[in-house]
Design a protein around this ligand. Sequence first.
Ligand code: NAP
Length: 306
Amino acid sequence: MPTLTDQKLGWIGAGRMGYAMAERLAKNGCDIAVWNRTKAKADPLAKHGAKVVNQLEELSTKDILFVMVSTYDDVKEVIGKALAKGKPKMVVECSSISLEGSAELRKTLSSQGVEYLAAPVSGNAKVIKAGKLTFVVSGPKAAYDKARPYLDMMGTGSSYVGEGELSRIAKICHNVHLGVVIQSLCEITVLAEKVGMPRHAFLDFLNKSVMGSMFTRYKTPALVNLDFHVTFTPKLLRKDLDLGLDAGREFEVPMPLTSLTRDLLQQMIGQGMTEQDFSTLILAQAKASGIELKPENKEVGDGLSA
Ligand SMILES: NC(=O)c1ccc[n+]([C@@H]2O[C@H](COP(=O)([O-])OP(=O)(O)OC[C@H]3O[C@@H](n4cnc5c(N)ncnc54)[C@H](OP(=O)(O)O)[C@@H]3O)[C@@H](O)[C@H]2O)c1
């Protein structure tokens, strides 16, 4: 009977997402070695049993090499370094990247006999800690069957959507929806407040209604108390809206709401609002509406804690 320590795992990227994902594998007793460009960010993983390595090349010959960085350029850079010194049996690439980038990566890896799964995710670091991360996966089914126990260990499960880069478009669509929903949520919350309602009261109603979701609930503390420590940056969201618009152009699908949301996000980024969470869109919306928001200092649930 195979056990979860049979496969030697490598992990590239211990940013907000990568750290929390690798932490779950380490805590579950997997044999995992982690590299991050800024090593200090990965170091605390050692206390959970991960081996934190100095050189990326030390991960080159792992059974399954996970990648969680930022853009496709970053993915190319780290995979290039890994392949320069050997080859892993399988690469599971989890960053949010384009269809084209993913296809190019598949070509590079398959020419070297390396199995490849495109496995982007839904959820932020807090969602991962709550055990609610999900994966959408495409690539050879046999590779998915091998990687699946590890994917499932990082959250509530994975959806296998077929061959090739199909998971990439699923993730792009998902994040386009995220962008449009957060903009709409900010608009209506500011409208409710300007008419005279506390934000926590309005969002309490919304969250209990059919329009409430895990997302509206976990963004509620940020919108009520204006706590904007980063879960996902405005620039990473802009990257995903751009990926959506590129796909829309390529496949001749009009995406009017996405275009508008991209411009509103761009306005915010252009004003230098880049370092906090993307939910600072509510501040931009309040400014455009001529009101100044104040933290309500209310204890509101995020729907994630048990
Ligand atoms: N945050 C979310 O809610 C969320 C949700 C779903 C998907 N995603 C996607 O997940 C990916 C990671 O997001 P994140 O929020 O974890 O970002 P992040 O906190 O900014 O982390 C980025 C990671 O990539 C590494 N990196 C970037 N460029 C690199 C390069 N050229 N060479 C080596 N390492 C490089 C960074 O290393 P350093 O530490 O040295 O900078 C860091 O470990 C993105 O594609 C994002 O779109 C994010």
